[in-house]
Write a new protein. Sequence first.
Length: 401
Amino acid sequence: MISSADIRKLLNFKGDGYKVCSFYLNVDGSKYTPRDYETLAKDLIKERRLQLQGEDLPPPVRQSLEEDFEKIERFVRQGFQRNNSRGLAIFSCAGKDFWQVYPLPRPVKNAFILGSDPYIRPLTVLLDEYHRYCLTLVSRNKARIFEVYLGEILEHSEIFDEEVPGKVRVAGWYGLEEKRIERHIEYHVYQHLKRVADQVFDFFKNRRFDYLVIGGRSDILPEFERCLHSSLKERLVAKVDLDVEAPLHEIKAQVLQIEREVEQRQEVNLITRLVEEVSTEGFGVSGLHDTLRALHVGNIHTLLVEEGFSTPGMECQKCGFLTPVEEKFCPICQGPLQEVPDVVDEAIEEVYRQRGEVEHIPDNPVLRQLGRIGALLRFKMPTTLQTLPPSSEGSREIQGR
């Protein structure tokens, strides 16, 4: 499974003169047999070899690439076990002894990209789409704790509390004895729920899940919710009427549906907040120019970008400033600018380096009106960058998609 830590590890790797191979393969079992995706991999590598024949590459770089090609093809043919994976990402640079493989839970577009560093945008889309969920099912004397991440579900613990007595009916003076026993039983139920809540909190401290879902009978959930730590209550996104003995496939389907609903609500809330912040000149910017300026000063808390938005641009070799405008010198430090094939990809990578968040938004008319990209900020933009002209005399904007 891919994680934010894996993304940062990839971002920190540089080829230092060698080419880095970023290889993405669709291995979806509903569409492809192993022989099918082995043929796809072979064709992608063959196509890349042909493209490199006319390039003047230093011998060590060409040798490194050839080793990469052979290793990737051999791994797909002999070393890869598909199991439940539907996508595959491989990053390789033989000249730097770098090799990373990530089986993925959803299909990816077939691609083989060479560059100075790993191409990670498909992974950031995947990471944005899936968050880590904890589902806790409770009854009066039992509980089950699950982790749901990247479309997969794993049961971590099952708790059965034998100290909780069953309900009884006892004759007595005006029912006083029965009421005393009921209070005794309810005390044990409370202790059971408190122990479960403590285990969920320990699980949170170890796994740092993003959201919590609790399930059980409607009469038990309010009491269990009251037992939760405040950090868990902040992450509680849904309560479901789901029996603690429910089969795994039913549990998984319920959580994945909740996950889709939460993601949709989040996207609407983020777009609404962005519009409010931009309209009041508060903690928000929109459009590529202003977003890249905010990025340069480390000011992006959450980047909102339309899925598939791509445009070439320039990057300063001294200060790293990014711009979609074709010009010779950086407007910040006057350093030399070098063309990059996709300035949006570069921006996404930089946001992750700065430990910001990235939200890939499906086609949204409001975000498109804002320029297909925007950001919620950590602080209001400095005046010097707000008033910076978008381009110098004689410059022009590079056309993108």
